[in-house]
Design a protein. Sequence first.
Length: 273
Amino acid sequence: MFFDLNHKTKDMKYILTIVLSLIWLFVFAQEDRHNTSIHNAWLSCTARPGPNPARGSSHWILYDFKDTYSMHESTFWNFNTPARLNNFNFEPWALQELEGDLQDGLRDIFVDISIDGVNWQEWGRFTLPQANGSGFYEGSAGPDFGGKIARYVLITARNNYGGNCYGLSEVRFKATPATISTTNEEGKSPSFISVSPNPASQFIHIGLEGFPTGNVTYNIADISGKVVSSGIWEVAGPWTKSTVDVQSFANGAYILTVSSKDQTRSVAFEVFK
């Protein structure tokens, strides 16, 4: 009995190529995984004064989104670079420890938010799990900001996992646009409005911040200016939430406008089903 070995080998090469490709896709094509390179991380080894004077000199990192957003969930990837040695053929003179260790990962942190980078509000304190130093590291859930509006997020280290420096690999924030009010009487506190999800398919959740207590009117118009929904909301405190059913809306862009006695705010959103 004879076998066509060349044909079989050719098929096996194809199979091997496919298997290796699938392994590559599984191992490396996971967008939530973070590598162990120190070049893809933030590391602070010297305390310095931060943007929020209340924190004094410390190890901190500031995120500036260039505009105001309604902040929601976050994901944190702690410092994921294991201890390394700068060795050359294991010569004694070359065996010197480099900066960066899993113990440098942030542990307990302050989280502050700000609209202008000058006036700060403490969101709260949070504890980050230590990274595992693996290329399969997928981070962990961070703070949920619950719709708070900010342009700046300041992360300040309270302590770490025992290292000499303080590090963080990556942070991802979920947010929706919420820009400062364009109509506002002088001397009044600025007001903000946020819409989520954006785009929406069933409902939109509106957050109002800084509007005066009492009734505000709202209307939603399509891009032609036709009003498709309107009504009155009661503002009972500094932060008010409302919901609008958009299931009957056609796909497209809309403008939500909210007005009180002395200020008006508009924000765009999309409906996509």
